[in-house]
Every structure is written in C-alpha cells, then in structure tokens.
Design a protein around this ligand. Structure first.
Ligand code: OMP
Length: 219
C-alpha cells in the first residue's frame, strides 16, 4: 500500500521505533498532559544513530529551503542534535555551517559566559528535540533576542501539534509572536498516518487519535 507520509518522514518514524525512541503507553508530559506516546531523543545513544538523526534534520532543513547564519542547540538535549545537524549539513552543502550552544549555568572563569561555539549573531536556526506546548522553544527565543540575534526558525524531530497557551497550536503561536518558520522531521499527523499501514499499531493509533481530539489543533 502506498503511504501518505513522505519518504524521509516515514523512514524517520520507523528508525525511531527501531531505536525505542518512540514509545507507546501512558506518559506524563512537561505540560502535565497524559500522552499515549512519547519521543525520547536520548534513545539515539550511539554514534551511528546520532549520525543518522543529523541526516534526518538535514533532510527536513534542506527541504524547507530556509536561509540561516548559525545553528543553535539549546542545553541539554539540543546540543548533540545541533552538532550532528551541523556535520550533516556541512557534508551535504559543502559549507562550514557555524553552530553554537548554551550552558545552563554561566561560567565565571576561562572564556566565561554561557555560550559556547560560533558567535550567536545574524539569522539563527534553533535545533531542538520535540515541541509540545512551546515552553522550551520560548526560552531559546529569549536567549537569542538577548544576544541581539534574530531567530528565523526552529527545527524539531517531532512536532506534537498540540495547543500552546491559547487555542492556537504551539507553533501557530510561535509564528504569530515571532514570525518563525517551524521545520519538523515528523508530526503527530505523520505518526498517525504511519500507524494506519501497520495492523500491530492499530490500538496505539486509536489512542493517539483520541489524544489529538483532546489536545491537538491544526496549525
Ligand atoms: P514544551 O516545552 O511543552 O514544548 O515541551 C517540549 C519538551 O518536552 C521537549 O524539549 C522534551 O524535553 C519534552 N518531551 C519529549 O522529550 N518528548 C515528548 O514526546 C514530549 C515531551 C513533553 O514533555 O512534552
């Protein structure tokens, strides 16, 4: 059967399942919502898996055609993801691809400050793991604004397509408040479409559809 999910998105979902990064069950989210599925980027715990993830981000970023000057990886989970993405994009574009990350605690010796890597300046593309209500991304946006740089987009492996702080989706609010491009490797809609092709995931699909009806909103 032909799938409705485009190629790299479908390959990514299969890859996440194979690496136990995508789990079905009952999970309490940061927002307090009870979710029938969870994405754990920490499960990509080998160099091989991380290299593949960097290439999935590169697929999504190149497909979006966004222009940026520097990648930003927010501490902690965004750091290895931004590094892997910078390597993959450099290999595929032949460009240097500057990247920078933050520490959670400022350092008062050595080079000082709470930013490590390339200057946080110009057009910034954030690389983070998952977006639910958008709280984590907003912290990064404040940091980028404080540095005098301009956030142009955020790239995540999973857009859960949930409501933010209002009736809009989390990414709808980000677009409205910051004029940001949101680039995902996969979304909840992709995940549900993927499950439609798999009889063994029919029950999980039903629970995700019920969850989407409660917390989801189209961007
Ligand atoms: P928001 O800040 O509400 O957008 O939630 C995003 C963060 O929640 C991510 O950066 C993760 O730390 C965590 N999270 C996941 O890692 N995977 C999920 O499937 C769901 C969440 C979550 O708690 O919402």
């Amino acid at each position: 059967m032909e799938s409705t999910v485009s190629d790299f998105r479908q390959r990514f979902i299969r890859f996440a399942l194979d690496h136990d990064a995508l789990k079905f069950g009952q999970f309490t989210l940061k927002s307090g919502r009870q979710s029938p599925y969870f994405f754990n980027a920490g499960a990509f715990s080998t160099g091989e898996a991380l290299g593949a993830i960097g290439n999935f981000y590169a697929d999504a970023i190149l497909a979006a055609g966004i222009e940026f000057d520097v990648l930003f990886g927010p501490a902690y989970k965004g750091i290895p993801l931004a590094a892997a993405t910078a390597i993959a994009l450099a290999e595929r574009t032949g460009k240097p691809i500057p990247w920078v990350f933050n520490r959670k605690e400022a350092k008062d010796h050595g080079e000082g400050g709470n930013l490590v890597g390339a200057p946080l300046a110009g057009r910034v593309l954030i690389v983070d793991d998952v977006i639910t209500a958008g709280t984590a991304i907003r912290e990064s946006l404040q940091l980028i604004a404080a540095a005098g740089a301009q956030a142009v987009g955020v790239s995540v492996m999973m857009d859960r397509q949930e409501r933010g702080q209002s009736d809009l989706s989390a990414i709808g609010e980000l677009r409205r408040d910051y004029d940001l491009a949101v680039i995902n490797i996969a979304s909840l809609d992709d995940l549900i479409a993927f499950c439609a092709d798999r009889a063994d995931l029919a029950e999980s699909r039903g629970r995700m559809e019920a969850y989407r009806a409660e917390y989801g909103v189209r961007a």
